[in-house]
Ligand binder design. Structure first.
Ligand code: PA5
Length: 431
């Protein structure tokens, strides 16, 4: 558990990093912490919005996002949180499909879906997103979808946008082919890039309010720069994760109440996994550091994981995310004939039932002395979600500092990518 004394010690330790963070806000994109300045970048926002406006004039029936890891998880997370997991089924003007891994069944389905639109004269946008421009899965899927669009359109370049680092081969190819291009600043790493054109362009196409998303992130950034750890939610949360890890709880369960928040859990899983999972520390010593992130959905996973969380080893810290206000009110009907099945739910809003579950879980964890943190977000608006993402990205930077690892690189991911390219070069399967 986190004593006041321990917290004070960590606050002292974090002082140089508070200073680095504040200095980073003055350096634009010239610092590894550059992503914290994305919400201020009015020039990029203007450019993205103008492209969004152009492409929306095509009245696209579908947007296909080809990207993986940091190049799509944030987009999916915001889309589902703000617009809903069932967004496509709600008959929006533009539906969205994500081409992530090279799963031929799934990509085959995407091809069938867009083809039935293209056949009847519909328009399909493709957004290829790859910072490096050389990720095998993304480029394979991008080519497949681009070819399908080209089968039906004489001017495929009108429908295709590439988001990549300026000097990448993907960016270069896009320019040669006259595709629209958007840039990812060099020092903004994939898993920190959701508020760059990586997320902004596809989310803008789907009608997400980009100003609000960025405003929420900017608002929370100011708080997360505070050198008083009690007033800095990111540093406070990093300290809690760090201390629990020291005490043997090296599993962090990000437990989000709400079906539509599930992908924020997956986004955070990547953020933690790749930022902290490091063989070497900053001094070059072999440490095999890491916090193992898991993501749970409340209350769904109470029915699959809670037994383990409460009854199993005391090796986890939970962080609950709870939404205070919901746009919709759905009530259980007043049906006396059901009242014998579950008492006291007749006529009640579902939110009240969720609140009772949330309180019940907290109470039982306290009784068992299992540690947990609570993050309350006002609602699921763009503003609140932008704030949550920024808070977590800054928490990760503070955690990297405390663990003395570089939270901005991912050498092991690069290693598998290189191995894959080598195997493909040799003509296929590794012998
Ligand atoms: O966070 C990261 O850097 C990685 O997970 C990348 O986002 C992922 O590997 C995709 O890389 P790229 O955007 O270069 O295609």
């Amino acid at each position: 558990m986190l004593s006041e004394e321990k917290l004070k010690g960590l606050e002292d330790r974090l002082q140089p990093e508070f200073q680095n963070m504040r200095e980073a806000t003055e350096k634009g994109y010239d610092d590894p912490r550059a992503s914290i300045n994305l919400p201020d970048d009015e020039k990029t926002l203007k450019q993205v919005k103008s492209l969004v406006e152009d492409k929306r004039q095509l009245e696209p029936e579908y947007l296909v996002v080809a990207g993986i890891g940091g190049s799509n998880l944030g987009t999916v997370a915001v889309q589902e949180a703000v617009l809903g997991k069932l967004y496509n089924q709600k008959n929006p003007d533009t539906k969205v499909l994500y081409a992530e891994t090279t799963d031929s069944e799934h990509i085959g389905d995407i091809l069938d879906i867009i083809e039935s639109s293209l056949e009847t004269g519909g328009n399909v946008l493709l957004n290829g997103v790859s910072k490096s421009g050389g990720t095998t899965e993304t480029i394979s899927n991008f080519e497949v979808i681009a070819e399908k669009i080209s089968e039906y359109k004489d001017n495929p370049e009108e429908y295709i946008t590439v988001t990549s680092q300026e000097d990448s081969p993907f960016h270069k190819l896009a320019e040669d082919k006259d595709y629209s291009t958007l840039e990812i600043p060099e020092k903004v790493g994939g898993r920190y890039s959701v508020l760059s054109p990586v997320g902004l362009y596809p989310l803008g196409i789907l009608g997400v309010d980009l100003e609000e998303l960025l405003e929420g992130a900017e608002r929370v950034r100011e708080r997360c720069l505070n050198e008083d750890i009690h007033r800095n939610p990111a540093a406070r949360s990093a300290a809690s994760i760090y201390v629990n890890q020291e005490q043997g709880r090296d599993i962090h369960d990000f437990f989000l109440y709400g079906k539509d928040l599930e992908m924020i859990g997956k986004w955070y899983r990547q953020l933690t996994g790749e930022s902290l999972g490091k063989k070497h520390n900053r001094d070059g010593e072999k440490v095999n550091a890491g916090v193992t992130p898991i993501a749970s959905v409340g209350s769904t996973d109470l029915h699959s994981m809670y037994q383990l969380y409460m009854g199993g080893p005391d090796d986890k810290l939970h962080t609950f995310v709870y939404t205070e206000e919901n746009d919709r009110e759905v009530r259980v009907p007043e049906n006396p004939e059901y009242s014998n099945l579950v008492e006291d739910i007749q006529g009640r809003p579902l939110n009240q039932i969720m609140e009772a579950i949330f309180e019940g879980v907290n109470k039982s964890l306290k009784e068992q002395k299992r540690p947990f943190n609570v993050v309350k977000i006002r609602d699921r608006s763009e503003n609140s979600i932008g704030a949550l993402l920024q808070f977590k990205m800054m928490e990760m930077m503070y955690l990297g500092y405390l663990l003395n690892v570089n939270p901005f690189n991912q050498p092991s991911v690069e290693q598998y990518k290189d191995e894959t390219r080598e195997i493909l070069k040799r003509g296929g399967r590794n012998e």
